[in-house]
Design a protein around this ligand. Structure first.
Ligand code: ZN
Length: 364
């Protein structure tokens, strides 16, 4: 069960909270998701990003003669680090890459400037636009500063350094992509189980039941293609997360795929969609992209919530390419009846198996 992430990010206080860090084990080659930005003379920061990009925003208060700072991290690597001189309350604006494969926009205020981080919210105004109003900022002397075209339309969704060629989902097992038999070992991880039902949706639909059925079918489809499959659970039992990961790491799997269904409040039945998570490395991103593309194929009308970075334990602690797919919302008006249908679960299994096999074909 994963709640839909909010498009409204409060700035995290550095020091008060641990800084979220994505530790990329391999460089991510994607271009920066930051397309354009501008800080207006009214103290409002506007951003244009690739669609679906995940942003993180931070605040650090003034300290030892240094002014307060606000910074925003974007996925994808900045091509050129630079510092621009500010005006009025803003000392400088810096663009950097704190880690390979990332972009950071830093606004440094003059030491005399006092800001209340509780008043600062980075708000997504559309899938590719963001707004941060520096409430309480004395704007005297502030001149507009910015780069890029904020009004341009953003083409395409940001994908994490991976380009995959979309393929159709076969209607039955005979159409599945072929891989060398006996060469690959894949761990399939059906979420939850036993006393942990996962998300509970419309008409009492239980995530654990949906994902076990889909997972068993994925396993059977892969095995028929000569892929060895290890299931973290193959019955309605509870398995903690550490043993799921330990098992996958012990068997030296080629890939790890955790299968889940999403949920949000039962009063939000308009929320539907497919999303696939990976933790950090580009191979995991590629695996996630293949699975996402396939699951979307069999889920017409269900929104593409994207291939996203996520910090879920099972994908963070496994040491092989791994991803976690959310096959739809058990609370969604569109997704839930589908997830309850055996025919749709069969299509989901074909889709996920195809995504995994497509990934294995490229992973040779
Ligand atoms: Zn779940």
């Amino acid at each position: 069960m994963i709640l839909a992430p909010s498009r409204r990010l409060s700035l995290l206080m550095v020091g008060a909270l641990q800084i979220p860090l994505f530790l990329a084990s391999l460089p991510v080659s994607a271009a920066s998701a930051l397309a354009a930005w501008a800080l207006g003379s009214d103290g409002v920061l506007l951003l244009r990003t690739a669609k679906g990009a995940r942003l993180e925003a931070f605040f650090q208060s003034a300290d030892r003669g240094k002014g307060a700072r606000v910074w925003i991290d974007f996925p994808g690597e900045l091509s050129r680090t630079r510092t621009l001189r500010g005006s009025g309350p803003v000392q400088a604006i810096r663009l950097g890459k704190p880690t390979p494969g990332s972009t950071r926009l830093v606004i440094e205020f003059e030491p005399s400037i006092d800001l209340d981080p509780a008043q600062l919210k980075l708000v997504g105004t559309s899938p590719d636009r963001w707004r941060l109003s520096f409430k309480g900022l004395p704007t005297r002397g502030l001149r507009r500063i910015g780069e890029g075209d904020l009004t341009a339309s953003t083409s395409g969704r940001w994908t994490p350094g991976v380009s995959i060629s979309p393929t159709r989902t076969p209607i039955n097992a005979s159409g599945l992509p072929k891989v060398s038999r006996g060469r690959y070992r894949v761990v399939i991880d059906p979420g939850h189980g036993g006393p942990d039902p996962g998300a509970i949706g419309i008409r009492g639909l239980r995530e654990k039941d949906v994902v076990l059925d889909v997972s068993l079918q994925v396993a059977q489809l892969l095995e028929a293609q000569g892929v060895q499959v290890i299931m973290t659970r193959s019955a309605d039992i509870d398995v903690d997360l550490p043993p799921r990961v330990a098992r996958a790491n012990r068997v030296g799997a080629t890939a790890f795929v955790s299968i889940h269904a999403n949920a949000i409040s039962m009063s939000r039945q308009e929320v539907n969609g497919i999303e696939t998570f990976y933790f950090s490395d580009p191979r995991s991103a590629k695996l996630a992209a293949h699975i996402q593309q396939q699951v979307l194929n069999v889920s017409p009308g269900s929104p593409d919530r994207g291939v996203r970075r996520g910090r879920f334990f099972v994908i963070r602690r496994t040491n092989m390419p791994s991803s976690l797919v959310e096959t739809g919302f058990v609370t969604g008006r569109l997704d839930s009846p589908r997830l309850a249908s055996a025919a749709h679960r069969r299509r989901l299994a074909l889709a996920i198996a195809t995504g995994i096999l497509n990934y294995l074909q490229g992973a040779r």
